[in-house]
Every structure is written in C-alpha cells, then in structure tokens.
Design a protein around this ligand. Structure first.
Ligand SMILES: NC(=O)c1ccc[n+]([C@@H]2O[C@H](COP(=O)([O-])OP(=O)(O)OC[C@H]3O[C@@H](n4cnc5c(N)ncnc54)[C@H](O)[C@@H]3O)[C@@H](O)[C@H]2O)c1
Ligand SMILES: *[C@@H]1O[C@H](CO)[C@@H](O)[C@H](O)[C@H]1NC(C)=O
Ligand SMILES: *[C@@H]1O[C@H](CO)[C@@H](O)[C@H](O)[C@H]1NC(C)=O
Length: 299
C-alpha cells in the first residue's frame, strides 16, 4: 500500500481508539464467561495463586491446581469445590522441565485441553548482586521465567488449534522498575514481562486473535513472599484484592494489569523525568524489606 495512505489510516486508528476508550469509560466492559474453561494455575497452594483459584471457583471453572508440595493442597481444593468448581491437583516442581512436561501430558490425557493457563509460581531471594548465591539466581530464572516457556509450549498448541484460550503471566511491577537488592528477581520479572509482550505480538502476527494474553504487575502483596515490605507512597496490597483485579482483567481480556493502576503513571514519569529527580523520588519512597547486603569487605 501507499505509505501516505498507511499513515493516514494510522492517524484515523489513533483517533478511533481514543474515542472508543472515551466511550468505554461510561459503559462497563463486557466480561466473558469462564464456566466452561479448564484453568491451570501454578503455585496454587498459597498467596495470589490460591486466591486466584478461589476467584475462578466462584465462576464454576474446572480447576487444575499445581503446587510444589502435597502439604495442604486438599485444603484449597476443598474450598474451591465448596464454591462449585471441579478441582484436580498435581504436585509439580516448576524448576524441573521434565516434571512440567510429563505432568502437562497427564493433564491433557486425563482432564482435557487447558484453555486458561496462569503462570503464577514464583520465588524471590532478596540480596544484592554479590550476596545472592549462584543456585538462587538459577532457581529464580527456572521458576519465574523458564517454567513459563515449558508450560506455555505444552498447552498453547491446543489453544491455537481451537483459536481459543488465554495465557496469563504473573509478573510484577519489579518487571518494569529496577529495585535495589532484588537484582535476581527483577531481571527474572523483566524477562517474564518480555515473554508476555513477545507472545502477544506473536499471536497477533499469526492471526490467532482468539488466544488472549494478560500480564499482572502488582506492587508488594501481603502474602509473606517478600519479608516485611514497607513503602511510604505505595500500599501493601491485600491478596484478595489482587486476585479480584486479576480476574477482572482476565474476564475483560486486559493485556497489562497494574495494581494499583497508578504504577502506569509512575512508569511514564520514569521515562520523562531527569535522572536526579528519579533518584530523589526513589529515596522519598523509602522502599524497605528484609534483604542481604554485601558489606564490601574482601572474603
Ligand atoms: N507478594 C508480592 O509482593 C508480589 C508482588 C508482585 C508479584 N508477585 C508474584 O506473584 C506470584 C505469586 O506470589 P505470592 O506473593 O502469592 O507468593 P507465595 O509464596 O504465596 O506463592 C508462590 C507460590 O509459588 C510456588 N512455588 C515456588 N517455587 C515453586 C516451584 N519450584 N515449583 C512449583 N511451585 C513453586 C509456592 O509453593 C507458592 O505456592 C509470584 O510469581 C510473585 O513473583 C508477588
Ligand atoms: C504448597 O506448597 C507450599 C510450599 O511447600 C506449602 O507451604 C503450601 O502449604 C502448599 N499448599 C498447597 C495447597 O498444597
Ligand atoms: C525443586 O527442584 C529444584 C531444582 O531441581 C531443587 O533444588 C528443589 O529442592 C526442588 N524442590 C522441592 C520442594 O522438591
């Protein structure tokens, strides 16, 4: 096509998108039904994963819950069953590719094709670059990003075949902002955000518009994941609030879900404010949590 024409169409698309967004401010977004979906959640035994399972159970979805240990798994499952969901549980160590692939085969054979995949399992080792141990860096990347590759490669083919499905990445605001003494975690979450963004682009390029993607990026959540978090400006979120925002985002096919939504504004400021101001802003926030910091002495 003529370049001039394409640019003209682009401008019209921009205007149309803003008008559409304006109209949507006043009419509530349509929510899709998930009662017929098979929803798989990794790290479903605790925290956000567990709360998300409970939210899906309220919608009568079929749940496939993965957790690293058997301990207490029936508890979450029973709670979901009481809410009307069918629940299956599996013990899977997401650090292990073979275990992910073999369990995924079992799920496909015995339960069916997963239509909503929630990659939630995550780990964190708070320490600076010189204090974090090699195996901790490795484990962080295995669980926080590599596992997303293995689970998604296992379940995406059926979603693409049916042009129906949803891949959900639980990342973090730390996947957009570099936080001191969280270097292993931040880099793995930047990778998870990259995974989500590139997957979204791929599905669009391949014309698989029925396969949706969402990425959740909250600030601190009170799950005990980060020990003793505190900040001056940001709230420490409640697990249930985060799970509800996530569900809402999934049901409306939202691509990027920031909790709180003001994180988006903060990121924009990050792009435009001078370096000096950003350093001052960071100081002002007084982000604190339990961490290991190298004292600079030679070992
Ligand atoms: N809590 C926060 O402040 C916060 C903020 C932003 C993002 N997140 C993200 O939310 C997700 C859930 O975290 P949470 O706060 O609910 O913490 P959590 O510790 O309560 O839950 C993490 C879950 O992952 C599971 N898990 C860990 N390693 C695993 C492995 N090798 N194999 C299988 N499962 C494994 C744990 O058993 C647990 O069920 C994580 O990806 C985390 O990075 C948390
Ligand atoms: C999941 O595994 C974690 C870590 O071992 C454990 O603390 C939690 O109780 C387990 N929960 C379920 C529901 O299996
Ligand atoms: C999970 O796998 C990793 C890497 O193989 C291992 O270090 C860890 O101990 C395993 N965790 C459990 C609970 O089995």
């Amino acid at each position: 096509m003529n370049l001039f024409l394409e640019i003209l169409i682009l401008l019209i698309t921009i205007i149309y998108s803003y008008l559409e967004a304006l109209v949507k401010l006043f009419i509530p977004a349509k929510r899709k039904s998930v009662s017929a979906e098979i929803v798989l959640i990794t790290g479903a035994g605790h925290g956000i994963g567990r709360a998300t399972a409970i939210e899906f159970a309220k919608h009568q979805s079929t749940l496939v819950l993965w957790n690293i240990s058997k301990h207490g798994v029936e508890e979450t499952a029973d709670e979901c069953r009481r809410l009307g969901a069918t629940v299956h549980t599996f013990v899977v160590n997401c650090s292990k590719r073979d275990e992910i692939y073999s369990t995924a085969e079992k799920v496909k054979k015995n339960i069916g094709d997963v239509t909503i995949l929630v990659n939630n399992a995550g780990v964190i080792f708070c320490a600076d670059l010189l204090s974090i141990q090699d195996h901790q860096v490795q484990n962080t990347f295995e669980v926080n990003v590599l596992a997303h590759f293995w689970t998604t490669r296992a379940f995406l083919p059926a979603m693409m075949r049916n042009n129906h499905g949803h891949v959900v990445t639980i990342a973090s605001s730390a996947g957009h902002i570099g936080v001191e003494y969280m270097i292993g975690y931040c880099s793995s979450k930047y990778a998870a955000v990259g995974f989500h963004t590139a997957l979204t682009a791929e599905l669009s390029a391949l014309g698989k518009y029925g396969v949706k993607t969402s990425c959740l990026c909250p600030v601190f959540v009170n799950t005990g994941f980060v020990k003793n978090p505190s900040t001056r400006l940001l709230p420490i979120l409640k697990t249930k609030t985060v799970a509800q925002k996530l569900l809402d985002g999934i049901l409306t096919n939202k691509k990027m879900i920031f909790v709180p939504s003001s994180v988006r504004l903060f990121l924009f400021l990050n792009f435009i404010l001078p370096e000096r101001v950003l350093v001052a802003l960071n100081k002002l926030q007084e982000i604190k949590f339990d961490t290991v910091i190298h004292d600079g002495k030679e070992e």
